[in-house]
Design a protein around this ligand. Sequence first.
Ligand SMILES: Cc1ncc(COP(=O)(O)O)c(C=O)c1O
Length: 423
Amino acid sequence: MSIFEQTESEVRSYCRAFPVVFDRSEGCFMYDEDGNKYLDFFAGAGALNYGHNNPYIIGKMTEYLQHGGILHALDMSTVAKRKFLTDFQERILKPRGLDYKVMFPAPTGTNAVESAFKLARKVKGRQTIFAFQGAFHGMSLGSLAATSHAYPRAASGTPLLGVTFMPFPYGFNKSFDTIGYIENVIEDDHSGSEVPAAIVVETVQAEGGIIPVDVEWQRRLRELCYKHGILLIVDDIQIGCGRTGEFFSFEKAGIVPDMVTLSKSIGGIGLPMALLLMRPELDIWGPAEHNGTFRGNQLAFVAADAALDVLENDHLLEHVKQTEKFLVKYVEEKILPLDPRIEYRGRGLIYGIDFTALDPSGALAGKISKKCFENGLIIERSGRNDTVLKILPPLVITEEELKQGLDIIASSAAEIMSKEIAK
Ligand SMILES: Cc1ncc(COP(=O)(O)O)c(C=O)c1O
C-alpha cells in the first residue's frame, strides 16, 4: 500500500484515474517518476491553458523571487498586484469595452462563486439564485447549492438552500423553450418561486458534459435578466481565459454579464487565484465584509500578468480558433465513423466525445479513458455517469501534439469498442 492509500483521505479522486506518481511537466506533457511521458488532455481541469511550466511565465516568476518580491500580503497594495490590475484593465477589459471592478476572493473557483452569490443577494435583497440542470459551480456550501450533481450534494449533510434549478437546453429539454419557461416562472405569481437575485450560467457546461449554449440563447437570457431586474452571473472559471477562442466565453454573443467569475487559468501557471468581476455600481461591499487570508497570491499576480503577455505574443486566441478547426475535422473524419451513435460537442479547445447512446452507464467511456492512459494520454470524463470524454488540452498545444492525442483516443476507442459493443 502506498503512502497515498495509507494516509491520504478516501476523498482523493484524479489519482485513481491516473494511478502513477507524477514528477515533472513541460508544455503539454507530464512525466511520472519512472520517466514515462503522458500527453495532457486534462490541463489541470482548465487551470493550465498556457501549458505546464510555461518558460516565459517561469522566467517572470523567477525574476520576482530573485528580487525578493513579497509573497504574502493579504490584500495590501503591492507592486505585483498593481501591475496585474493595470494590465488586466488595459489589455483585457478596455479593448472589449468592459467596465468591471475586480474583487479578489480567496483563491479557488468556489470562492469567486460564493462572493458572487453573496453580493447578488446583498444588492437585490432577495435570496434565490437560479442555476441550471447540469451546472457545476463548486463544492463549498453556497456554490454546491448551485451544483446539480446529486452525489456531491448528498455529502453536504445539510440542506442546500437558496437555489432553484432551471432546465438547460440539452437532452430532454433540447427542443424546449427553456428561456420562455424561466420567464414564465418569473412572471407567474403562482409559480411558487420568488424572482431570483441572480441567474448563474456556464456558456459551455464543462463538468455537465461539454454542453455549449448558442449565442441566441445567451442573448435571450441577458434580455430576460435586464427586463426583470435580475443579475446575470457568467461562471467562466473553466472556460474563460481563452478556452473558447475568446478571452471571455460570452464575447461571441456580444452580451455583458453583471458579474463574471474567473479562476483556474487566470493564475497563469496553475497557481491558485480567483477573480470576481462586477459592474461598478454593484460594488456595495463594506470594507472587510467578505474577507480572507489568501486573497493576494503575489506570485500568482506575477504569473497571471505574464500569462497576458503569452496570450498576446503567442496569438493564442487565433491559435485556438485554428486548432479547433483541425480538432473538429479529425473528430468528424476519424472518431465519429467508429460508430454512428457517438456524438460530439464543444467550442474552442473544449470538446466532448459523447458515448451515452452506446452505454449510458459510463462503463464504456471509463474503459476508453483507461486505455488512453495506458497509451500515454491523460483524459478525463464528464457529464451524467461520466459518459463524455473531455478533450481539454493546454491552449498552447500544437496541431501535431493534438493529432497525437486524438490518434490515441481513436485507436483506444476502436480497440475497446470492438471488444465491448455488439453492433
Ligand atoms: C464552472 C466552474 N465553476 C466553479 C468551479 C469550482 O472551482 P474550484 O474547484 O477551483 O473551487 C469549477 C471547477 O471545476 C468549474 O468548472
